[in-house]
Design a protein around this ligand. Structure first.
Ligand code: MN
Length: 212
């Protein structure tokens, strides 16, 4: 059998997983997120999740499964928590990089804006709810804009948690692990979150995810 070095971004790709390329240069999100932060976050933290997952699943029943299938298969199994944590963190980071864009923020596409207004009242109210979830997540985790099939909602998850295991469709996410902001903002998580929402959030990506 030929071993193919698949990328974790390709649907259906299996192990060994590789670190997906960043969708922009490592200084493209400055001054909101520095190249220094991005270098450590992507090049060290994200890469370590990829390396660890490959180690944990080598020679196991998970070695031939796509990333998404590994995540849903091991979710909620206490003895498989290390596999879940590393697989979910690979997925979450791939999704986080795409949730940001150098010319982000501003007005969502009209069709998304309409859904936001139906669900939250206004774009500002949606951003406030996202910021509140991101700031109030105790310890490490993620804030998410999700679609429940009818309305958009904001949720937060701890550690590597993700919306798919709750039957919700993720639209965009904000990483609130300290490694995402500490070099630039130290303890000021709210400043990181608000700057990200104003200048980097990728509404176009969120809109694409509703119809996918
Ligand atoms: Mn992270």
């Amino acid at each position: 059998m030929t071993v193919v070095n698949n990328s974790s971004t390709v649907p259906g790709a299996a192990a060994p997983f590789t670190l997906s390329p960043l969708p922009y240069a490592d200084n493209a999100l400055e001054p909101i997120i520095s190249a220094n932060t991005l270098g450590f976050h992507y090049g060290k933290h994200h890469r370590t999740y990829v390396d660890n997952l490959n180690k944990f699943i080598a020679g196991t029943e998970f070695a031939n499964l796509p990333l998404e299938k590994i995540i849903t298969t091991v979710a909620g199994q206490p003895e498989k928590v290390a596999v879940f944590n590393n697989a979910a963190q690979i997925w979450n980071h791939n999704f986080y990089w795409k949730s940001l864009t150098p010319k982000g923020g501003g007005e969502p596409p009209a069709a998304l804006k309409q859904r936001i207004e139906v669900s939250f009242g206004s774009v500002d109210a949606c951003k406030k709810e996202l910021a509140s979830a991101a700031v109030s997540q105790f310890g490490s985790g993620w804030a998410w804009l999700v679609f429940d099939g009818i309305l958009l909602k904001v949720i937060k998850t701890a550690n590597a948690g993700l919306p798919q295991t709750m039957g919700l469709k993720p639209l965009l996410t904000i990483d609130v692990w300290e490694h995402a902001y500490y070099l630039d903002y130290q303890n000021r998580r709210a400043d990181y979150v608000n700057a990200l929402l104003d200048k980097l959030i990728n509404w176009e990506f969120a809109f694409q995810n509703i119809s996918e």
